[in-house]
Design a protein around this ligand. Sequence first.
Ligand SMILES: C[C@@](CO)(OP(=O)(O)O)[C@H](O)COP(=O)(O)OP(=O)(O)OC[C@H]1O[C@@H](n2ccc(N)nc2=O)[C@H](O)[C@@H]1O
Ligand SMILES: Nc1ncnc2c1ncn2[C@@H]1O[C@H](COP(=O)(O)OP(=O)(O)O)[C@@H](O)[C@H]1O
Length: 311
Amino acid sequence: MHQDGIPGFALTCAAPAKINLALHVVGQRADGHHLLESLVTFADCGDRIGLALADGDRFTVSGRFSDELPLSAESRGGNLVLHARDLLRSELTSRGIAAGPVHLHLEKNLPVASGIGGGSADAAATLRGLLMLWGGSVEPAKLDAVALELGADVPMCLDGGPLLAAGIGEKITALPDLPSFAIVLVNPLVAVSTPMIFRSLVNKTNPPLVLPKGVNTAAEWLSAMADMRNDLEGPVRGLVPAIEEVSGCLKAAGGTLVRMSGSGATCFGLFDSDERAHRAAERISASHPEWYVCAARTTAPRIRSGAQRSL
Ligand SMILES: C[C@@](CO)(OP(=O)(O)O)[C@H](O)COP(=O)(O)OP(=O)(O)OC[C@H]1O[C@@H](n2ccc(N)nc2=O)[C@H](O)[C@@H]1O
Ligand SMILES: Nc1ncnc2c1ncn2[C@@H]1O[C@H](COP(=O)(O)OP(=O)(O)O)[C@@H](O)[C@H]1O
């Protein structure tokens, strides 16, 4: 992850890639949303949001995948960064807190519609950054509700630490003991529509995700995770044949646990060391220069703060 901020912006917020280490679909709500149990962590690669006060609202983009982004502020189909800005602004304004014009810049480094929550991470980073820039204060429960309105994955991205998610993704339990892993993310650059994958899922009630007691070391976590699944992986494999090749490359390069994240098509491999992860990423990039390949490290354990999220 870059150490320096985006030049010209008062504030730069990281929007790290979200990794579903496991994703069990365990039911469906009456409104059609699926009930999930997911073991989630974040990687130190991702998008970045630059924020600055301005004379009028502005939105600019850069980065490898910026051409594929919607740029409008519509709440449906527009950019989640702008939707996040508008929702938070109306929440703060209703409390009499000034939320003036801002220049937001999205550096889009993550592939779009790729199962690693790029848009959700961007929305969460925008909420975090704007609260600092505007100096507002919103109780955690209200902020989580704003996040959930932006998308099922946004509350977990706002949390940003290793966690277990339930409900449609919004019921979050921090997992302070989940270790940090060396990881390689690979996406064959085939966009996958999340709603379409959920719709195509035939079996909506699968066995729950069981976290065994007394799991401490990385080896014990790896063994526990090997018994878990991503229930969306089967349907996505049927639609995106390249996943077979992606996961084959990760395994051949030494990945100890290889699985798809979210609704795909990004797959991840966990590795024994950073050096092995970097060597694997170089090898996969050399054989498939057209793919998105990123060697990273997942988040170190962090306990969620109970304090108000504010400046
Ligand atoms: C599958 C997951 C796993 O973490 O990740 P991604 O693949 O998007 O990264 C998430 O559940 C995606 O969350 P998010 O991308 O925020 O979804 P939303 O925008 O809220 O919903 C898009 C659509 O997906 C379906 N959806 C989403 C979440 C859920 N628990 N059940 C669903 O059925 C609904 O059809 C919804 O209209
Ligand atoms: N800032 C954003 N980054 C990525 N996608 C966005 C953004 N804003 C809106 N979208 C839309 O959200 C959809 C899901 O994108 P994304 O969050 O990248 O998916 P995923 O969660 O599967 O990685 C895409 O169709 C895209 O057009």
